[in-house]
Design a protein around this ligand. Structure first.
Ligand SMILES: [Fe+2]
Length: 213
């Protein structure tokens, strides 16, 4: 093997130094490229036509009602995760809203006959924390007329809507019959479909949402 000339050696050392300097950002960029954006899905007809007076993170306690009613139907669940941009940075300052039907399949909406259980808040909004984390106390979503169980979600930054999507339950047999879930490519389905696992106080599901900006 030929011995490198002093110039070649200097160039080689420079390359090693440059690689050391840019090594970490380069790795981060590769990680960023792997972060697939969460697919958008239709808002559907039941985004609340009147937002509830109580729209906090606990959908199982509706303080808009007289004395505050606790919803005890269904399976209580923590639904949360992270919200980042495509490079993995927390989307600080963003809010996430969710809405879903009650255990009997009814939304708080005039077009659904305004017959949802008043104890079920049905809608909630939280701000993402500095690490991009978000979490709601709600119930595991249930199926209704022609739809597999799902929770609707909308992400906003100030007044700007960044994403509207739907979150699904891994392993639910209804998914395979659901047109909206079926329409998603498998890699996208995986981003909005999570298992509901048993924890000390009910169930928990985690969705890592990624916004392409
Ligand atoms: Fe829905």
């Amino acid at each position: 093997m030929m011995k490198p000339s002093p110039i070649q050696r200097r160039q080689g050392l420079r390359l090693v130094a440059a690689a050391a300097l840019i090594g970490l950002p380069a790795l981060n960029l590769r990680a960023a490229a792997a972060r697939r954006p969460t697919p958008s899905q239709t808002e559907g007809p039941f985004y609340p036509d009147q937002l509830p007076a109580d729209s906090d993170a606990d959908l199982l306690l509706n303080q808009s009602t007289q004395g505050g009613q606790r919803y005890t139907k269904g399976q209580a669940a923590w639904v949360g995760g992270t919200l980042t941009d495509a490079s993995g940075r927390a989307l600080e300052g963003a809010t996430i809203e969710i809405w879903q039907c009650d255990q009997d399949g009814h939304y708080h909406h005039t077009r659904d006959g305004s017959r949802a259980d008043p104890a079920f808040q049905g809608f909630g909004r939280v701000a993402v924390d500095t690490h991009g984390r978000w979490r709601f106390r709600t119930m595991k979503p249930v199926a209704y007329s022609g739809r597999t169980p799902h929770i609707h979600a909308k992400i906003k930054l100030g007044p700007t809507e960044l994403l509207t999507t739907q979150l699904y339950v891994e392993g639910d047999p209804g998914n395979a019959r659901d047109g909206l879930w079926q329409r998603l490519p498998p890699q996208d389905r995986a981003l909005v479909t999570a298992p509901y696992v048993t924890v000390a106080d009910g169930l928990a599901a985690s969705y890592d949402l990624v916004i392409k900006r």
